[in-house]
Write a protein that binds this ligand. Sequence first.
Ligand code: 7PM
Length: 281
Amino acid sequence: MLKCGTRNLNLNRAQIMGILNVTPDSFSDGGQFAAVEKAITQADRMIQAGAAIIDVGGESTRPGAAAVSEQQELDRVMPVLQAIVERFDTIVSVDTSKAQVMREATRSGAGMLNDVRALREPGAMLAATEAQLPVCLMHMLGQPRSMQKAPKYADVVNEVSEFLKERVTACRSAGVGEQQLIVDPGFGFGKTLSHNLELLRNLGKLADIAPVLAGLSRKRMIAGMLGNPHTSRVTGSVVAAMHCVQQGASIIRVHDVAQTAQALRVTNAVQYGIDDVAYAT
Ligand code: 7PM
């Protein structure tokens, strides 16, 4: 069990984290009220479909994206976080690198912190220590603006693994409970398709460090494997997510919760047998 504020997350089975983006595009029509309403509807749909965690993010970390100010991020994230915590009994994780966003999110009932910069921004380590929430530490080479410009590694699996170990050690020294840490190779964050594939093939090695979170949903690497940038990435994403689960991933971060939940049921049935399906014969 992973203690996520007032809620617990069962890590004996892989769990689904549903992605809820609150970046400017979701605010474009109808202003903030409409944006919050839309976010609630989407969160409800993902929870019904089987998401154990809803990941709310107000900073676009897409390759090439511009930085977002603290106030902008708070304006986007906080109303949605508060609305979800108020209405649903789910764990809400907040995708942020900023100390002040971590603090205010913790105060408003967030159950997990998800930081693509692995607590390297000023004050973030302290804010996470005070929050006493699980933290996902992700590997990223460089910064979003430039990370996809010819990323290079001598040994990508080893370098990502060493980075994550270093961050886990730094967190432990700062007082973040060891059991509260989650590690993530950061698929697509300063990695070519072959780097991503090598990490995917060796994901099991990271599970020795801490529980693993994997996010490949609809990413360019999926289109790269399919050989077509315009085709739907849903099926490819589901297959990749199941590969992560078979390699021991604890949390899979996805857009398409219903499809992933179906695949996960089949994967779990194959691995553990059917114990809780009413109509199984
Ligand atoms: C555009 C392109 C927008 C890519 C957003 C993205 C991860 C994450 C993201 C991940 C963790 C996305 C990414 N990816 N947090 N945040 N791990 N822990 O595809 O892989 O959602 S942003």
